[in-house]
Design a protein around this ligand. Sequence first.
Ligand code: HEC
Length: 91
Amino acid sequence: MKKLGVSILGIAFLVVSGMSVSSAEKPRVDAKALFEQKCSTCHSIDRPKSKKKTAKEWESTVMRMKNVNGCPITDEEAKVIIDYLSKNYSK
Ligand code: HEC
């Protein structure tokens, strides 16, 4: 009986820790893919890739794509993309 309790706990721990690892790493892993998928439908992905902007400028560019040009992303996705662009394509 005692042994069973320990192994159930062990499994629960593995499941919980496995979940927290994947949710912690997901945004970082997905940012590039999300950017390349969402920002290449109207113009080439080279359009943003050829630019260098500050974080503030990327924020206004991405929000313009979203609000004015109609890029279909959520606020959360916009944040991830702004973050990715600010880190990789900054001035
Ligand atoms: C629904 C269509 C559409 C999508 C999706 C889209 N764009 Fe654009 N983009 C445009 C249009 C139209 C222009 C030209 C007019 C303008 O600059 O607003 C443009 C121009 C640009 C420019 C050049 C102008 C500048 O300010 O430097 C950049 C950079 C850019 N887009 C980045 C992005 C990024 C990053 C994404 C993804 C978040 C994206 N675009 C998604 C339509 C789109």
